[in-house]
Design a protein around this ligand. Structure first.
Ligand SMILES: O=C(O)CCC(=O)C(=O)O
Length: 295
């Protein structure tokens, strides 16, 4: 190589190395998510939650996380099938409560409660900073009591449905001394879609902004026409979700769901957190209703 060529090659190599040194940290910064910004809700998301009573974040759980939940859910479904041949109703097994029936010989899973006892991965997935940080923002607290770690199945045409309600009704049922200590409902339900949730497969319907009207004590209303009027059910809209989407739901939001009339299952993974001290009663499942740090 001539001297001129040698000098030119060396110069080009040096420039290339320098560019690479400058470029690598830039690309690394871009590729590694800024954790803080990625997990915190923006002010406009918080405003939407407060205005509508619910906030949907698309693609919140990765495909891999959805797959992990699905595997656990499949195992629990098999356990439910086996258990239901011996016993129905509320069945405690491995620290998890199976609420199951047989309808015309077919398994009906109403809910599987505190799933993390039998499948610890489900508690781990629920307690990720990306879920807990928004919960802390919504509750206005660095701590919470995790009351719910639950799977809802709707198997094709199994008839499982959820009557119109506000989640506060369940909080009052478990603890008659339930108190709204933060004056914002003191509870937030998070719903992660495992399967796509559609009108056909029995997705949740909700009444936008109904949370603004406080506890409507819908459980005390026996007349369907009265329920329709008080809960303003003619305003209800479906919550159509893709796998991995998450919903943060206010405890006063009116919602319910119809049976799955499709040929594919509809599963959701729900986790509910209450403001410390609002609930004072135990919940079913080994390790449930414990105080956890949200930070
Ligand atoms: O699973 C459903 O369709 C309804 C769930 C629900 O209403 C609830 O968790 O409060």
């Amino acid at each position: 190589m001539s001297k001129i060529n040698y000098v030119r090659t060396t110069f080009i190599t040096q420039i290339t190395c320098l560019a690479a040194l400058l470029f690598i940290p830039l690309t690394l910064t871009a590729a590694v998510p800024n954790k803080e910004n990625d997990i915190l809700l923006t002010q406009s998301q918080l405003d939407e939650y407060n205005a509508e009573g619910l906030l949907v974040i698309k693609g919140f759980f990765t495909k891999e996380e959805v797959k992990q939940v699905s595997h656990c859910a499949d195992r629990l479904q098999k356990e439910a099938e086996t258990l239901s041949l011996q016993q129905t109703g509320k069945v405690m097994h491995k620290g998890t409560q199976f609420v199951i029936d047989r309808n015309g010989g077919k398994l009906q899973i109403h809910r599987i409660v505190w799933v993390g006892a039998a499948e610890p991965q489900l508690l781990k997935l629920a307690r990720q900073p990306k879920l807990l940080a928004p919960v802390a923002q919504i509750l206005g607290s660095d701590q919470a009591d995790q009351l719910i770690n639950q799977l809802h199945y709707k198997l094709p045409r199994d008839g499982v449905k959820f009557d119109w309600h506000q989640d506060v009704k369940n909080r009052r049922t478990f603890d008659p001394q339930w108190e709204d200590l933060n004056h914002k409902g003191s509870f937030v339900q998070t719903i992660i879609a495992i399967d796509p949730n559609t009108v056909e497969n029995g997705t949740i319907y909700y009444v936008p902004k109904s949370h603004m009207r406080g506890d409507l004590f819908l459980d005390r209303i026996t007349e369907p026409a009265e329920l329709k009027r008080i809960a303003e059910l003619d305003k209800a809209v479906p919550l159509v979700l893709n796998s991995g989407d998450v919903v943060f739901m206010h405890p006063y939001l009116v919602h319910g769901s119809e049976p799955n009339e499709s040929s594919s299952p509809r599963k959701i993974f729900i986790n509910g957190f209450s403001y410390p001290g609002a609930n004072k009663q135990p919940y079913p499942g080994e390790g449930s209703a414990q105080r956890i740090s949200l930070k």
